[in-house]
Design a protein around this ligand. Structure first.
Ligand SMILES: C[S@@+](CC[C@H](N)C(=O)[O-])C[C@H]1O[C@@H](n2cnc3c(N)ncnc32)[C@H](O)[C@@H]1O
Length: 493
């Protein structure tokens, strides 16, 4: 059976250069982080207010004018062509600034995106007024000014209002084609009428908003932004609504086409593509994002056949990841048991790195497993601490995931917590599950899973990563074979 998609963990520039063939993608949507980065502080902030290593790595460093930015700038300039000229002009205009660093990061990625697009393909670059004017010039240099199709204005009504200037309530989405022959399917939208009289030749319908007609969607889109209480909201800063991506995909990706999102965040594009039966490629540089996406797909669609590339598959890989970045390690390790990262925005969640929920019967009580992940030295104190957290949170079970082998004392301490007995709601046979469990990363990679009642909903444990998954050594993607599943994904037309 054909795969639905491929999810890559890594830097999109490397991933595209190594894995995405020329002219293989029908539609690109990208929503690169910029400026709104302040939002990420909520997610990644340390309790003392400083930024975590993960945030600095994924967001901060990228657009500071530093040595790496200067090298990126020089590479684009040396490659020649219109983009080189544009970057030299930017340098004269804005100097060696953070904005230039950002544009130097974007330029080679846009060049790659153009390369992977099919001749009839198109690209949507989502940005905001902070950088849209520079990005439009950059896009002109990469795609050609004559390939510009629209600046879509997406406006929304969330957030506060300014008293000093007009409230900033829109994003810009720059829409370009690769060649003069592109695929586009006009989409209809509702246009509400002030009064319904005087229309003789159009069909008037009514819904809760009043009378309306269907008109071809224009370039100003009134699509509600996500609010905290919506079921779609995952708590990922900058998450976009699925409705926005559905419109883009339906408008610009044929039914048998492939969509690529190189900054895929919590996977809105992937979700929309999956719903619409399109194949997809998602890339993100954080395990927090790739973990969320895996959960999102399982939650929404049950079993989805997709490949994951670039995640650790051996203990050596896992140790390397832990050494590089313990936050990334934590997100990845939680993904091994299908758990979500605890939502740091809700305040300090002391001792809880992730959570899993389960029900013993449909419609029954929501029960909880709290999870703590340790990448360094562990001791009996951590087991006691977790026991305290299980009691405080009134959770049914506690799981300690360790990179190192636990000591016999730790195992003995965990055993003193006794058992959680499932089946009290009369849904099935009684089961005995150790209340405190310790699993090592090596055991998880070998396919061992937490001892708990089976999950009732669509959320399932991910299978142990198959051996064929590819580990990325530093520098990323050196000497890697091609990804067989991506070939399969792209070969079906
Ligand atoms: C603005 S968010 C995208 C949000 C997404 N549209 C959604 O709805 O969830 C940008 C994402 O780009 C990722 N990112 C930043 N630099 C990257 C890079 N060089 N390669 C791949 N992903 C990157 C970040 O981890 C972040 O998840």
């Amino acid at each position: 059976m054909a795969q639905s998609g491929a999810l890559f963990y890594g830097d999109n520039l490397d991933v595209m250069r190594r894995h995405v063939p020329d002219e293989s993608v029908d539609l690109v949507y990208l929503d690169p982080p910029f400026n709104s980065n302040a939002n990420y502080n909520v997610l990644f902030a340390e309790q003392d207010g400083s930024r975590s290593a993960a945030q600095v790595k994924a967001f901060g460093d990228t657009w500071r004018w530093d040595k790496a930015a200067a090298v990126a700038f020089e590479e684009v300039v040396e490659a020649g062509g219109e983009t080189s000229k544009a970057m030299q002009a930017f340098r004269k205009l804005i100097g060696p600034s953070n904005m230039l660093a950002y544009l130097s990061m974007m330029a080679p990625r846009l060049v790659e995106l153009r390369r992977v697009l099919k001749p009839e393909g198109s690209i949507y670059l989502h940005c905001d007024p902070t950088a849209s004017h520079y990005l439009k010039l950059l896009m002109d240099s990469v795609f050609g000014g004559d390939r510009f199709l629209n600046e879509v204005i997406w406006f929304y009504k969330t957030g506060g209002a300014s008293k000093r200037y007009w409230s900033r309530k829109h994003d810009s989405i720059l829409f370009y084609s690769k060649t003069g022959k592109w695929r586009f399917s006009a989409q209809k939208e509702k246009s509400y009428l002030m009064h319904k009289y005087g229309f003789s030749n159009v069909k008037i319908e009514e819904d809760e908003g009043g009378a309306f007609t269907w008109v071809n969607a224009r370039d100003v889109w009134d699509i509600p932004a996500l609010r905290g209480n919506q079921p779609e909201t995952l708590g990922y800063p900058t998450q976009k609504p699925v409705a926005l991506l559905k419109r883009i995909i339906e408008g610009s990706c044929p039914e048998d086409g492939v969509v690529l999102d190189p900054f895929c965040g919590c996977g809105t594009t992937i979700d929309a593509a999956q719903r619409l039966g399109r194949r997809w490629i998602g890339i993100d540089i954080t395990h927090l994002a790739t973990n969320l996406i895996k959960n999102r797909l399982l939650d929404k669609f049950g079993e989805v056949d997709f490949s994951v590339v670039g995640e650790p598959t051996t203990l050596t890989d896992a140790k390397q990841l832990a050494g590089e970045d313990r936050y990334q390690f934590q997100s990845w390790a939680l993904g091994l048991v299908g758990a979500r990262t605890a939502d740091q925005r809700k305040g300090p969640d002391e001792g809880v790195d992730g959570r899993l929920y389960f029900h013993e019967k449909a419609g029954g009580k929501t029960r909880e497993v709290v999870i703590s992940v340790k990448s360094g030295t562990t001791g009996v104190g951590h087991v006691r601490e977790l026991r305290g957290v299980v009691e405080r949170e009134e959770a049914e079970l506690g799981l300690l995931i360790t990179l190192r082998k636990p000591t016999p004392k730790m195992r003995a301490e965990a055993a003193t917590a006794g058992y959680y007995r499932s089946g009290s709601e009369g849904a099935g046979a009684w089961g005995k599950h150790p209340r405190l469990q310790i699993l090592t990363v090596a055991e998880l990679l070998d396919g061992r899973r937490i001892d708990m009642p089976p999950l009732m909903g669509t959320l399932k444990f991910p299978a142990a990563p198959p051996k064929r998954r590819i580990h990325l050594d530093k520098p990323l993607f050196n000497n890697l074979p091609d990804v067989p599943n991506l070939d399969e994904l792209l070969s079906i037309s």
